[in-house]
Design a protein around this ligand. Structure first.
Ligand SMILES: CSCC[C@H](NC=O)C(=O)O
Ligand SMILES: [Zn+2]
Ligand SMILES: [Zn+2]
Length: 436
């Protein structure tokens, strides 16, 4: 793959980040913190490291804007990555090997070390070009996203450090796009993790009777499977996007009594349990779902109980639906869209993220938040074997962030070229900025 010497340098910084192993279940966050501090220093950013929880540092960089009264922009990414199944990888997941085609293989190459480094590279370029942001730009690197962000983003967004930043707009992660349009996410499904416990008659395995625990549970599994199918069918037919339906998957089942060689076969167990990962769309009718659970999936009449391990809301802290407007009513959206287009990109129809990201902690505070990971023509490989990102696509994403940052924080006088940031005119962004 032909890369210029400058591009080589940029790509090798990405590879260096990817080579720092921050894999769950017990990531060591200190080496990556050290690496990031060095990056911030090189670029010339103010740096702050806060351990809201010991051993789980949040790294916060700031590029001070010229007008400190304006709400700032926060670019968030997480430093942790999910585990790998080593045997399935054709290149070691923490070697960040680039092949002939320029594909860089590493855990985190899509989710989401790419985005974190792209933020920094875009800032590096804008600084070098003499760009002066009006609003401050903050870049946060948080731990623990992959396990829910409780010791990471949740603490950070709940802190006085965060409040002091006066953040008006947040960017967090999205997903790769398999076609030429960038994907962008304006909301996400909320997590309902629950399990259903069934009680029932024990007895000899040869006997037929009503009300055995596993039979009580089986009726629920069938009902849940029917619901799952009806939601899935809407996706398959193209009527709805994945984030617009509610998903539910049975993720564990336990019953029976183990023996050294297997399970006891001739005793009907008196208890059984099933766990479910359900993702509720912000468009869903929550009362109807709750009713399903109470009356069909886990009715007491069938000797069933349920418990939530996690029951997320679809509303923000003010009781509004936790969605970011993606139309002309939201000036940030207008600026975002123009910037992507100015970078030569096109956007797909905005989507609801199917899983959970740290973006929800910002959206819950009513802060406009977009999920965006600039990767086009890239197979979605997050959490998968052989996760990779092409170097050219990575470099292209940096250009997109340059435009976004100019659009969000500029005075409206910037041209499309950061190296020529004092010319051109942008009346539209000027009017928009007075609204923000
Ligand atoms: C609710 S915490 C879990 C967060 C996790 N995020 C990424 O995969 C997810 O399962 O969506
Ligand atoms: Zn992620
Ligand atoms: Zn992830």
């Amino acid at each position: 793959l032909p890369l210029s010497p400058k591009e080589e340098e940029v790509v090798s910084r990405f590879q260096e980040y990817l080579r720092i192993d921050t894999v769950h279940p017990s990531p060591n966050y200190y080496p990556v913190t050290e690496f990031l501090i060095i990056q911030g220093k090189q670029i010339g950013l103010d740096t702050k490291v806060v351990e809201y929880v010991q051993g789980k540092p949040v790294i916060l960089f700031t590029w001070q804007g010229t007008d400190s009264s304006l709400p700032s922009v926060l670019l968030n990414s997480h430093t942790d990555v999910v585990p790998v199944e080593l045997a399935h990888w054709k290149h070691p997941p923490f070697a960040a090997k680039m092949d002939e085609a320029g594909d860089i293989f590493a855990r985190g190459s899509q989710d989401m070390k790419c985005v974190g480094m792209q933020y920094l590279e875009a800032i590096r370029n804008l600084m070098a070009a003499g760009f002066k942001p009006q609003r401050s730009i903050h870049v946060s690197f948080v731990p623990e996203e992959e396990v829910g962000g409780v010791d990471g983003a949740k603490k950070f967004y709940g802190s006085s450090d965060f409040k002091e930043l006066n953040v008006g707009m947040v960017l967090d992660e999205g997903l790769a796009s398999e076609d030429g349009n960038y994907r962008v996410f304006y909301a996400e499904r909320t997590v309902w993790w629950f399990y259903i416990t069934a009680q029932g008659h024990p007895g000899h395995g040869s006997r037929l009777f009503d009300g055995m625990a596993l039979e009580n549970l089986r009726i629920s599994l069938d009902a849940i499977a029917d619901f799952r199918k009806s939601e899935f069918d809407k996706v398959k037919s193209g009527e709805k996007a994945e984030g617009e339906v509610t998903s539910v998957n049975n993720v564990y089942l336990t019953a029976g009594r183990p023996t050294p060689t297997g399970f006891v076969m001739n005793v009907q167990p008196s208890q059984a349990e099933a766990g479910f990962d359900m993702r509720v769309s912000p468009l869903a009718d929550l009362d109807a779902l709750q009713k399903l659970l109470d009356e069909e999936w886990a009715p007491a009449s069938r000797n069933l109980t349920y418990r939530f391990l996690q029951k997320g809301k679809v509303t923000d802290d003010f009781g509004n639906l936790a969605v970011t407007a993606v139309d002309d009513s939201n000036p940030w959206w207008v600026l975002f869209k123009r910037a992507v287009e100015k970078a030569g990109g096109t956007l797909a129809k905005p989507e609801i993220f199917m899983a959970a990201t740290d973006g929800r902690y910002a959206r819950n505070q009513g802060i406009p938040t977009l999920g965006f990971s600039p990767m086009t023509n890239t197979q979605v490989l997050l959490h998968d074997h052989n996760e990779f990102l092409n170097a050219k696509e990575y470099l292209k994403g940096i250009k997109v962030y340059e435009q976004i940052l100019m659009s969000f924080t500029g005075t409206g006088d910037e041209s499309g070229d950061p190296s020529n940031s004092k010319t051109g005119s942008g009346e539209l962004s000027e009017t928009i900025h007075t609204e923000l």
